[in-house]
Design a protein around this ligand. Structure first.
Ligand SMILES: Nc1ncnc2c1ncn2[C@@H]1O[C@H](COP(=O)(O)OP(=O)(O)OP(=O)(O)O)[C@@H](O)[C@H]1O
Ligand SMILES: [Mg+2]
Length: 284
């Protein structure tokens, strides 16, 4: 006689937000990725570490649909995206991903607010609405009053905050950052990492950060180590991606953003989709 009432109920299987299997990428005779498996859970922030030339950027580019791997799969919420063509991958990146790079890659001739407004405009949000939303993001990231400044008229840390605003304004599923603090001193880099991790988490996005620096990886909930195109340790996600490692609080300025993100993250301009400005009680 069976005893169904005492059978344990298995936990629901959760699909990772992003999952890569068997990624291979070569450039001529160079094997940049030699068969990489990696998962990224909801709400997780993943640091990709390893020496120069080990394949970190190539992995990030394949995960983010910038590069198409020679073989292997990349699935976004269970849907294979590695095989999409260039146009489809471009659309995928615009709709689902945000990017922060070492030098921000802001357009130098455009004021901060226009740099931040570009992604929603590319998705069809009218210019005035996109600018209003961009101003809210800049305010949320502590850059009120700097909306009209061009990147060259800001400090490196301020410019990277503009880049964070630009990465998050469309409410992406995942933010990809390649050496986001590489051009900054340690204290400024820590501040940018704090803002990047806090705002990404508050916006409900997952985060992938390529870095050489332990102090940068410490802000992430998990890390993997690459060597010669392979993941040496930590490839697959823990069962829950929401177990946050406490960031180094000594580097965080109390109150600078905490009230905004800590108390009422829902009130922050998070998870915003084009056209949602009116619903946010815009103050401009
Ligand atoms: N576009 C390319 N053409 C040719 N070779 C490339 C290209 N991109 C990367 N590679 C090679 O692939 C390997 C991995 O490069 P990748 O840029 O992924 O390394 P990385 O870990 O990001 O290094 P770094 O820390 O210096 O940025 C290296 O040997 C590199 O020279
Ligand atoms: Mg690199």
């Amino acid at each position: 006689m069976s005893t169904p009432s005492v059978s344990p109920v298995p936990p629901p299987a959760t699909t990772p937000r992003l999952s890569a299997r068997g990624l291979v990428k070569t450039f001529g005779s160079t094997t940049a990725l030699a068969g990489v498996d990696v998962d990224l859970a909801d709400g997780e922030s993943l640091a990709i570490m390893g020496p120069s030339g080990s394949g970190k950027s190539t992995l990030l580019h394949c995960l983010a649909g910038i590069l198409r791997p020679d073989s292997g799969t990349v699935s976004l919420r269970g849907r294979d995206v590695a095989g999409l063509n260039e146009r489809e991958r471009s659309l995928l990146r615009r709709r689902h991903y945000g990017f922060v790079f070492q030098f921000g890659q802001l357009l130098s001739e455009l004021p901060a607010q226009e740099n931040v407004a570009l992604p929603p405009m590319l998705l069809g949000t009218p210019r005035a609405q996109a600018i209003a939303l961009a101003r809210q993001w800049l305010t949320a990231l502590g850059l009120a009053g700097m909306e009209e400044r061009r990147p060259g008229e800001m400090s490196g840390g301020q410019a990277q905050r503009v880049a964070v605003a630009r990465a998050l304004i469309t409410g992406p599923d995942i933010v990809f950052a390649d050496e986001p603090t590489g051009a900054l001193d340690q204290a400024t880099g820590a501040e940018v990492m704090r803002i990047l991790t806090e705002t990404t988490r508050a916006a409900g996005a997952s985060l992938v950060v390529v870095t050489h620096e332990e102090s940068v990886a410490d802000w992430c909930t998990r890390r993997i180590e690459m060597r010669d195109g392979l993941v040496r340790s930590g490839a697959l996600a823990r069962t829950s991606g929401t177990t946050a490692v406490a960031p180094p609080t000594t580097l965080a300025e109390p109150g600078a953003y905490g009230s905004r993100w800590g108390v009422a993250p829902g009130a922050a301009p998070s998870g915003v989709v084009p056209g949602a400005v009116g619903g946010m009680g815009g103050h401009r």
